[in-house]
Design a protein around this ligand. Structure first.
Ligand code: HEC
Length: 179
């Protein structure tokens, strides 16, 4: 290609590029808050975002037996599914001289995480299928099996963040944005 032709080619490419830049970016439609809401379900340790509803361990037992026991074992011990793991026991085993048994009861620092996790991920084959009452009740049952709350203690948006987990102080704070 001759030099004048190359220059002409470059100029025409520049014209096309600047025409594209002049257009507004085509990023699609703004998403409506109602469309985000079903995805925006994260619950932090303070419990902000917990839905209305309530449940006790006594109510949660039937839900556990129906929807969880097949994989996580009777009363959260002895799971049939090695990946699923035990949900109960091991409290006090996270110590230098012991073999650590990590469960919801022995390891998890916040009870709100239990609600959040079950709501988004369990039952494994049918996640997001339980109602808020069922989620509070089955969370209460697992906490009760771990000896953390009583059989008739009511879990709801107010009481769940106040449940103190045995390993709450077992984590080293890791500041992500040190000042
Ligand atoms: C089909 C089998 C299956 C069923 C049924 C099931 N789970 Fe799970 N569960 C799993 C598996 C597999 C994992 C591990 C998932 C992973 O690590 O990504 C898990 C993980 C969990 C954990 C996290 C445990 C930990 O220490 O990390 C909790 C809590 C839990 N399930 C609760 C429940 C509850 C409550 C139900 C009933 C509503 C339920 N699961 C039903 C298979 C199942």
């Amino acid at each position: 290609m001759s030099t004048p032709k190359r220059i002409a080619g470059c100029l025409s490419m520049l014209t096309v590029a600047s025409a594209a830049l002049a257009q507004a970016p085509q990023f699609g439609q703004p998403i409506a808050p109602a469309d985000i809401a079903p995805w925006d379900i994260s619950i932090g340790p303070d419990g902000v975002g917990l839905p209305p509803g309530r449940g006790t361990a006594i109510e949660g037992e039937a839900i556990y037996v129906a929807y969880c026991q097949a994989c996580h074992g009777e009363k959260g011990i002895g799971p049939s599914n090695a990946l699923a793991g035990a949900l109960v026991g091991g409290i006090g085993t996270l110590a230098p001289d012991k073999i650590p048994v990590k469960t919801v009861g022995s390891f998890w620092p916040y009870a709100t995480t239990l609600f959040d996790y079950i709501r988004r991920a369990m039952p494994f084959q049918e996640s997001k299928s339980l109602t808020a009452d069922e989620l509070y009740a089955v969370s209460a049952y697992i906490l009760h099996l771990n000896g953390i709350i009583g059989a008739t203690d009511v879990l709801d948006a107010h009481s769940l963040p106040n449940v103190r987990m045995p390993n709450q102080d077992g984590f080293i704070p890791f500041p992500r944005n040190p000042k």
